[in-house]
Ligand binder design. Structure first.
Ligand SMILES: [Zn+2]
Length: 169
């Protein structure tokens, strides 16, 4: 790949091609990445729900509205806050007060994403973080499924759609 990037003959050494292309040789890059704490962690992989919390791509109003277009608003269905995000779910939503209290008792008051990652990497409380995210996100997923079923219910009153085709483009 580096040889192609510099448009050199294939007889150029890989290291020379990487140097000319300005890229780190892959074997060195791989070793450097393996030395990074997160990659070299000793305990478990990320769960599906924990990844949702860490990325914000999951069962959050903001993601469902702005990224995938499955919701009409970004509001939280559990407290009516205008913007449901991973941070809102972790730190503010009153629906998860009991779960949040259990987690802060175990790991301390800081529930920011950097703090959670630090806890997961350096302490035995990783399972507390996983338990917290599993419980909350599974509840949010169930609520989303319930909303979807209600939307498909033929006995459910339909919203009246107001169309105005006479508006100028
Ligand atoms: Zn909320």
């Amino acid at each position: 790949m580096a040889t192609r990037a510099v448009r050199g003959y294939r007889t150029i050494s890989r290291d020379a091609a990487c140097l000319l292309a300005g890229s780190v040789p892959w074997d060195l890059d791989t070793r450097a990445l393996a030395d990074v704490e997160w990659v070299d962690r000793k305990k478990g992989a990320l769960s599906f729900r924990l990844t949702q919390v860490l990325t914000g791509h999951g069962c959050f109003g903001r993601y469902l509205c702005e990224i995938v277009g499955r919701e009409e608003t970004t509001r939280c269905h559990h407290c009516d806050d205008e913007r449901d995000t991973a941070a809102h779910t972790l730190t503010a939503c009153p629906s998860w007060t009991r779960q949040r209290a259990a987690l802060t008792t175990a790991i301390g008051p800081d529930l920011s994403l950097p703090a959670l990652v630090s806890v997961m990497l350096t302490s035995e409380q990783k399972s507390d973080v996983e338990k917290f995210t599993e419980e909350i996100i599974s509840n949010k997923e169930q609520a989303e499924r319930d909303r979807g079923r209600r939307a498909l219910d033929p006995l459910r009153p339909r919203r009246r759609v107001i169309r105005n085709d006479n508006l100028p483009p």
